[in-house]
Design a protein around this ligand. Structure first.
Ligand SMILES: Cc1ncc(COP(=O)(O)O)c(C=O)c1O
Length: 347
């Protein structure tokens, strides 16, 4: 099987496992784990922020960020398919008492005008005041789309003009940084809080970071504990994070090249892929355009030995390249996918 369902599927490599086995650890809750502290310091610098807090998942990093940046009764803005809205079980409402307003886009990247139009003016006493804007980079639901730094500056500028605070769901920020040749710190420092996930393209078994100012991260540590995320000998996992930052960042360019090769190959086979969509490690395949439902298409692909997953949009499938997908796997997929679906082209 060539498994292209998600970059969360990576297995820790022997080198990463060795780093984990040899980690010096302590009680993380008491701030006595030197490996966690080292990872937090590295991550703060990497993300252009004063301090970072190690947490088990990117979902927790996002939810802690929203709790830090808002009070119950405020409103949060994000793109309609943003992870924080679509796949976190209504967390902003549950954990932070927030009203959630979606900005609809084609690819996950909204404009300064979209933000301006969505904000509830501070003086309106009948509506929940808009307090937080979330940006997701790369945007998973939009197909791994990469935000240009200028566009980020524009939307953040509008938000700040209106007194909002801003969060970056950078679960895949290193993919964005590598794809755009913009440093993670350049992206990160535009925001109040930043999430970075270690268990996607970076290849760790788990772990994420939330970064921000010292004051905000003091609050973040309290919410981490409140949400049940304060750990003990977590250095065993943080060691994987340090290893990933040393070994698995630059190589994301290979994942992007593999995704481009897959996208171009599928287009050459006449399959409905928009090559302009392939900006990082995601390829979207519009099986609806072939007259297929997503379930049917996934089953056909599986029977030819390739696993795709469902994308955010109806009857669109997603292939994701990662550490455990080789260039050879892509050629295998390019042989198998047209076999599974090719007869439908032009039918
Ligand atoms: C953009 C984005 N943010 C956050 C998350 C949440 O990550 P986790 O599963 O580690 O909580 C994901 C997971 O796919 C994601 O794609």
């Amino acid at each position: 099987m060539v498994d292209l369902r998600s970059d969360t599927l990576t297995q820790p490599t022997p080198g990463m496992r060795r780093a984990m086995a040899e980690a010096v650890v302590g009680d993380e809750q008491k701030r006595e784990d030197p490996t966690v502290i080292e990872l937090e310091e590295r991550a703060a610098a990497l993300l252009g922020q004063e301090e970072a807090v190690f947490v088990p998942t990117a979902t927790m990093a996002n939810q802690i960020s929203l709790r830090v940046l808002s009070e119950p009764g405020h409103e949060v803005l994000a793109e309609a398919d943003a992870h924080v809205f679509r796949y976190e079980l209504g967390g902003p409402a549950v954990h932070s008492g927030l009203a959630m307003k979606a900005i609809h886009t084609d690819d996950g990247r909204f404009s300064p005008e979209d933000v301006r139009a969505a904000i509830v003016p501070q003086g309106d006493i009948h509506a929940a005041p808009t307090r937080v804007l979330c940006v997701e980079n790369t945007h998973n639901g939009g197909g791994g789309r990469v935000w240009p730094l200028d566009r980020i500056r524009e939307v953040v500028g509008v938000a700040r003009e209106q007194g909002l605070r801003v969060h970056l769901d950078g679960a895949r920020l290193m993919n964005a940084a590598v794809a755009a040749s913009v440093s993670a710190a350049e992206y990160g420092r535009e925001f109040d809080t930043v999430t970075l996930c270690l268990s996607k393209g970076l290849g760790c078994p788990l772990g994420a970071l939330v970064a921000g100012s010292r004051d905000d991260m003091l609050k973040a540590r309290r919410f981490k504990h409140l949400f049940g995320g304060a750990m003990r000998q977590a250095g065993i996992v943080a060691a994987a994070g340090l290893y990933a930052l040393d070994h698995n960042v630059d190589r994301l360019a290979e994942d992007h090249a593999n995704a481009r090769r897959l996208g171009e190959g599928l287009v050459a086979a006449g399959l409905p892929v928009d090559p302009a969509q392939v900006e990082s490690n995601f390829v979207l395949l519009d099986v609806g355009a072939l007259g297929l439902g997503a379930d049917d298409a996934v089953a056909r692909l599986r029977s030819e030995g390739v696993l795709f997953s469902f994308a955010a949009r109806k009857d669109v499938l997603r292939a994701v390249t990662h550490l455990d997908v080789t260039a050879g796997d892509i050629e295998t997929a390019l042989d198998a996918v047209p076999r599974a679906l090719g007869a439908l082209v032009g039918a």
